[in-house]
Each structure stands twice: as structure tokens, then as C-alpha cells.
Design a binder for this molecule. Structure first.
Ligand code: FAD
Length: 451
């Protein structure tokens, strides 16, 4: 009996139930399909493509050590999987369940293509998330719309046991295929400080995290300059590290529990998107917003030149690293949607253009949270970037790191652009604010009708 292990965004050999199950057969063919539709779409961008190719190289090497290799094909998954199934006489295909509308349509077309060949499709839960979407549901509903009750259930629910790495893989003779260069798949500039992708790098980072940084997570995770979060998000997005393994590994200290709670947020957003796939681009809770059309303001936001130092620091961190601190994501998103009152979808797409952890569930649902069209139970609150800077970047170190033209200014001035003299700003080469923040925030609150 021969099986195909179709990797999607579970690019690891450790704790991978898909690989474990597929490898129980006499022979297994590990496969990744570079999906032509995805490659042509708005989700394929240089940063994530570079990271993905790192992941695939690393996966190919670790499968090689187990005696197999990674077959890489380019095309549509259903066609390529069916073709390979014919080539090797596969009786089964194993794949991880996923939540986006696209992933679910892919599953349907795979099932259809395989059923005509008498080849079974096995879809494995809790590979992408710790708890499978749809597993925890409130009475009479198909998903949780509020995090706190979700988390209560999540924390009490059993987590599946981790899967063992197969001892050895028996792989039939099959052409493995070349991994293209990044420029062939997606030309364009990379963020200069991108992390290296792959399970090896992800495990190393997780190891450092659990033996070091995590101890300060509870107290430090919101401090922008401290940069005291795990930075595991791209590795979680591509499945280089397993969320189940992270949950098992975390102990019971306050910081470890705070970290696990963030993993539950990830599951929460995934179960919302699984139940409401259209929320990737449509308001989950429409609030009657009339978004403004202001290409100049949008450009200033994208380029980190709004004249609001903390917002600009976040946007420039995104451009430089393909990653942004969570607190800065919240502030820059609130600024776009609520202060500038521009459509959250514009901001979400810009994030997806650059974020190496760019993820449909986490990105859209967090953007909707910040825009007040999502699951936030206080959808009309607006973050004030001055107060946020005073609180989360008290010394101004984060702003100075990413907005070097303001490096010489004292923290109080850095925090509050109103205190900056326009002539001084011009001399430093820094723009005046694109908006009167307080007036714009008040206008937003008024437009929503209640505080
Ligand atoms: P840590 O603080 O170490 O947290 C550990 C893990 O928990 C993260 O790696 C992530 O997988 C998960 N997590 C943490 N916070 C959240 C959250 N609010 N929602 C869901 N999962 C969370 N995260 C993405 O992975 N991809 C995105 O595209 C994305 N877009 C975002 C857009 C906006 C507007 C906002 C406000 C947040 C977004 N997030 C996104 C969530 C969060 O900002 C990142 O997951 C986090 O900053 C990643 O850094 P870390 O790995 O050091 O996080």
C-alpha cells in the first residue's frame, strides 16, 4: 500500500499527525504542491515566498534524513496529487484540515479528483491549530463569537497527544522536482531583516524561548522596545512548529499561561474564520461605516510618514523586518481604521503584502477587531497613539529605533507630535501630522453613535 502525505502549512516532521499516519503504509510519498492559483494571487509576496522556500528546503533535508525526500510539483493541488497518485499507485492521501475558504475548496476538489480513482482522502484535525475549529462550540451555535467563554472551554479541553516522528520512510522511485529560486516564483524586494524559515530554525527559536524569554512574557510582552515576545508567529503560520507541542511544553507559571492564552487567541480567530469564511474580506459585524477615500493619507500610513511617531515606527518596523510587534499592530490598525477612517481591508492587504506571518485568519480577524467590525465587545474604543506611546514606549527607544530622524528628541516630545515645532520637524526631515488625532478620534466615536 502506498500513500501520499500532502504537506500544506504543516511544514515539519515533528508532531505531524499527517506524516505519522501516512508513513504507516508500506510506502509514502511526501509531496508539496506550489499552487499556481495561490502563486498568482494577492497572498504571494516576496517575504512569505522566501520564508516558504526556506521551509521547503529544510523539510526536504529532514525527510532525507528519514530516508525519503520531498516531491515538489507546480500546478493545482487536485491535478498534481491525482497525477502523482496515478504515477505511484497511491491508495490514500493524507492532508491537514485548514480553515480558509480557499483551503476548504481545495479539500473538496481533492476529494473529487481522488474519488474517481478509488483513492481515499484523510483529513487530519488539530495540525494547524491546537484545538480543531468547530470542536468547541456554544450550545446551538456553530462558533464562539466572544473570546472569554471560548478560552474557558479551550483551557478545560484535552489537547491531543503529540505525534511521533516516523522512524524511517520507505519512498518509491519518483522524480522529486527542483525547488525554484524565490525570484522565479515572486520577484520583488525582500525586507532586509527577514528571519530564516523552516522547522530547524523554528525549533531552535522555540527552545531559546522556553529556556529564556518566556519567563518575562507576562510583564514584558506589551513593551515595544523590549521586544519580549516569542517571534514564533511565522513558524506557527507555516507549521514549522506545532501549536499542540507548544501547549504541552508550556508549564504553569503566570508567564507560560499568558503565552498559552495567546495560542488560544490564534485558535479563536481560526474557529471564527472556519465558521464565517467570508469574514476574510467582509465585515463580521457591519457597523454602517462609511470609510473615507484618501489615497494621500493611506500612502503616508504605508510609508511610515504620518507624522505620528509611534505609528510611523510600527509601519517602518513592518517594512524592515516583515514583522511588527503586536502592540504596534494594534496601534497602527486602530489609526488606519478609526483615526484616518480608511477601510480596514486596505490596511489588512498592506499587512499581508509584507508580514512574514501573514495569515488570513489572524490578520483579517485582528484587523476586524481593531476596526470594530469584528469580535471586540467594545468595538467603538479608539487607541490614542500618544497615550499608547507613553505607556508602551516610555523611554521612546522603540520610536528612535525605527524613526532615526527623531533620535535626538526627548521622550515627551517623541510621544506627542503636537509638541513638535513644525520648523524643527522640517529641519529633521520629518512630516507634520496628517491628521488632528484627537479631533479625528472624536469624529469616529460620533460616527458610531455611542462611546
Ligand atoms: P507572541 O506574543 O509570542 O504570541 C505567541 C503566538 O500566539 C503568536 O506567534 C501567534 O501565533 C499567537 N498570537 C499572539 N497574539 C495573537 C493575536 N492577537 N491573534 C492571534 N494569534 C495571536 N498574527 C499572525 O500570526 N498573522 C497575522 O497576519 C497577524 N496579523 C495581525 C494584524 C493585526 C492588525 C493585529 C492587531 C494582530 C495581528 N496578528 C497576526 C496577531 C499578533 O500581532 C501576532 O501573532 C504576534 O505579534 C506575533 O508575534 P509573536 O510570535 O512574538 O507573538
Amino acid at each position: 500500500r502506498t500513500t501520499i502525505c500532502l504537506f500544506t502549512r504543516d511544514l515539519r516532521i515533528r508532531d505531524n499527525p499527517v506524516l505519522q499516519q501516512a508513513a504507516r503504509a508500506d510506502q509514502v510519498v511526501p509531496l508539496f504542491v506550489l499552487d499556481e492559483v495561490v502563486l498568482r494571487g494577492p497572498f504571494t509576496r516576496p517575504n512569505r515566498t522566501a520564508f516558504l522556500l526556506d521551509c521547503l528546503r529544510d523539510l526536504r533535508a529532514s525527510l532525507g534524513e528519514l530516508g525519503g525526500g520531498l516531491v515538489v510539483r507546480t500546478g493545482t493541488p487536485a491535478t498534481e496529487v491525482a497525477r502523482l497518485a496515478d504515477e505511484v499507485g497511491a491508495a490514500e492521501v493524507h492532508v491537514a484540515a485548514d480553515v480558509s475558504a480557499y483551503a476548504r475548496a481545495r479539500e473538496v476538489s481533492l476529494r473529487r479528483a481522488l474519488s474517481t480513482r478509488g483513492c481515499a482522502l484523510h483529513v487530519h484535525d488539530s495540525v494547524v491549530t491546537a484545538q480543531p475549529p468547530g470542536e468547541l462550540v456554544p450550545g446551538g451555535k456553530d462558533h464562539f463569537a466572544v473570546f472569554t467563554p471560548y478560552f474557558r472551554r479551550w483551557a478545560a479541553a484535552p489537547v491531543r497527544r503529540t505525534a511521533d516522528v516516523p522512524e524511517a520512510l520507505r519512498v518509491p522511485q519518483v522524480r522529486t522536482g527542483r525547488l525554484p529560486a524565490r525570484e522565479e516564483l515572486c520577484p520583488g524586494d525582500l525586507s532586509p531583516e527577514l528571519p530564516t524559515g523552516g522547522e530547524s530554525a523554528g525549533r531552535q527559536l522555540a527552545q531559546q524561548w522556553f529556556t529564556g524569554g518566556i519567563a518575562e512574557y507576562e510583564s514584558g510582552h506589551d513593551d515595544l522596545a523590549d521586544d519580549a515576545t516569542s517571534r514564533l508567529s511565522p513558524y506557527l503560520h507555516f507549521g514549522c512548529v506545532s501549536p499542540v507541542e507548544l501547549v504541552h511544553r508550556a508549564g504553569n507559571s503566570t508567564s507560560e499561561r499568558a503565552f498559552v492564552r495567546q495560542l488560544a487567541w490564534r485558535d479563536f480567530h481560526h474557529q471564527v474564520l472556519a465558521a464565517r469564511p467570508e469574514s476574510s474580506h467582509r465585515d463580521y459585524r457591519p457597523r454602517g461605516d462609511r470609510w473615507r477615500d484618501d489615497p494621500e493619507a493611506f500612502r503616508a500610513w504605508r510609508e511610515g510618514r504620518t507624522g505620528v511617531p509611534l505609528v510611523d515606527a510600527g509601519m517602518r518596523q513592518l517594512a524592515a523586518e516583515g514583522w511588527m510587534h503586536n502592540r504596534a499592530r494594534m496601534i497602527t490598525a486602530s489609526f488606519l481604521a478609526k483615526t484616518l477612517h480608511l477601510d480596514w481591508r486596505l490596511g489588512a492587504q498592506h499587512f499581508l503584502d509584507l508580514l512574514v506571518d501573514g495569515d488570513v485568519a489572524n490578520n483579517s480577524m485582528n484587523w476586524q477587531w481593531m476596526a470594530g467590525t469584528g469580535t471586540d465587545t467594545r468595538p467603538n474604543r479608539v487607541l490614542n497613539p500618544v497615550r499608547q506611546a507613553q505607556r508602551y514606549d516610555p523611554t521612546g527607544e522603540y520610536i528612535r529605533r525605527y524613526v532615526p530622524e527623531l533620535r535626538t528628541l526627548p521622550a515627551e516630545v517623541l510621544h506627542d507630535p503636537q509638541l513638535l515645532d513644525p520648523a524643527d520637524l522640517a529641519r529633521l526631515g520629518y512630516p507634520a501630522p496628517v491628521v488632528d488625532v484627537d479631533a479625528a478620534n472624536a469624529q469616529f466615536r460620533a460616527s458610531r453613535g455611542k462611546p
